[in-house]
Design a binder for this molecule. Structure first.
Ligand code: LMR
Length: 395
């Protein structure tokens, strides 16, 4: 028998339940990281719909996939990750397994780390995605934080970051957000990434790149800059990619875990343990999401269509960043919010306190994560003005 106290609601997904239960018709959900178009909808991308049409027609079986998923996905996912002409493409040092979302990829990575190096501490940025600690701790690993965001300047605490990474022990693991840092929207410059890569190479710790927003920062190519800097140092690393956001495939649970190891033999051995972890967790992944991504990336026509749509999404978010900055300035708030425009991806730290977040919710029906993170990708031309009114009122 057991006696359990009620667990707290999830700080991000739990907001959806509260939002859905709110009867106010003018409520605004800036909580969970889901893209909305100008009409406030989360549409299925045209390229994805086209791929689904092809799959509906061509699919001949529902038999199991292999443990690592769709057979065409690894090469396509690696080319997306590294760029079409990267020398590591086709190299047996690089191995990829389909995973159920970025979260699934992280959990498999966590199990692998716990197996390969049970004493490893996993270092996460302060702050980081609210689920990171839970994922690593569920695998029996210890987590610790490194300095990252400086709230007083709304920018990267570069000196603190580099100093803390210098102190990470060999064999530990450092989780780095590949681009569009969640929750802050603040990313290292290419020069800072090069310094991080130097430290990793000198100290011997392993980067685990959480790459959930490729295409939402400056573009598909520009967003892999940090990863490429790490690879210049020939580091062994893991990349947990998500296709939830850049393909809009949230509920299909599709991502990929990529391992880049020292040589073909170590990669093969390590990957055999990644496969054991997958088998013990969920046996093999569901097929549909991987088939969609492979179909889109494998067709030059669909890929072009997808890139066009992704660019439109990125540009709409940038417009909303400008709108929010200007809207707050126009309401005479006595703080400069221009930093919102230099942050990347879906999220912003809007510089509002947990108490102000609570007031936004209770008085104005505006839902945000209590850390002050807002999902800029859910701001629309329609909700922008009431949102600016609400933020100005609580500041
Ligand atoms: C988020 O941070 O809002 C997203 O990554 C969704 C999630 O699973 O938390």
């Amino acid at each position: 028998m057991y006696h359990l106290n009620l667990a707290p609601a999830d700080p991000i997904l739990g907001l959806n339940d509260a939002f859905n239960a709110d009867p106010r018709s003018d409520k605004i959900n800036l909580g969970v990281g889901v893209y909305k178009d100008a009409m406030g909808r989360t549409p299925i991308m045209t390229a994805v719909k086209a791929a689904e049409g092809i799959l509906l027609n061509d699919e001949t079986t529902k038999s199991y996939l292999g443990i690592t998923g769709n057979a065409a996905l690894p090469a396509l996912a690696q080319a997306l990750l590294l760029g079409n002409d990267h020398p590591l493409l086709g190299n047996p040092r690089v191995k990829t397994a389909q995973a159920p979302g970025g979260t699934g990829a992280l959990r498999v990575a966590a199990d692998f780390i716990a197996k390969a190096n049970p004493g490893a501490t996993v270092w996460v940025s302060n702050p980081t995605w609210a689920n990171h600690n839970a994922i690593f701790e569920a695998a029996g690993l210890t987590t610790a934080v490194y300095r990252y965001y400086d709230a007083s300047t709304q920018s990267l605490d570069e000196a603190g970051l580099l100093e803390d990474l210098q102190g990470v022990a060999a064999n530990d693991v450092v989780v780095l957000h590949g681009c569009c840092h969640n929750p802050s929207g603040v990313d290292p410059s290419a020069q800072t990434w090069a310094k991080i890569a130097d430290i990793a190479a000198n100290k011997g710790w392993m980067p685990l790149v959480d790459f959930a927003y490729q295409g939402f920062g400056a573009g598909i190519d520009a967003d892999r800059q940090g990863l490429l800097e790490l690879l210049k140092k020939d580091l062994s690393l893991l990349v947990a990619a998500s296709f939830s956001k850049n393909f809009g495939l949230y509920n299909e649970r599709i991502g990929a875990l990529t391992l880049i190891d020292q040589d073909a033999a170590t990669a093969e051995a390590a990957f055999s343990h990644i496969k054991l972890s997958i088998r013990a967790n969920y046996s093999n992944p569901p097929a549909h999401g991987g088939a969609i991504v492979a179909t889109v990336l494998g067709s030059s026509e669909l890929r072009n269509q997808w890139e066009t749509e992704l660019t439109q999404m990125r540009e709409r978010i940038a417009d909303m960043r400008t709108g929010l900055t200007q809207g707050l300035a126009a309401r005479g708030v006595d703080r400069d919010f221009s930093f919102i425009q230099s942050q990347n991806g879906m999220f912003s730290f809007a510089g509002i306190s947990p108490e102000q977040v609570d007031r936004l919710r209770s008085e104005f029906g505006v839902y945000a994560v209590r850390s002050g993170r807002i999902n800029v990708a859910a701001i629309t031309p329609t909700n922008l003005d009431p949102l600016c009114d609400a933020i100005a009122a609580v500041l």
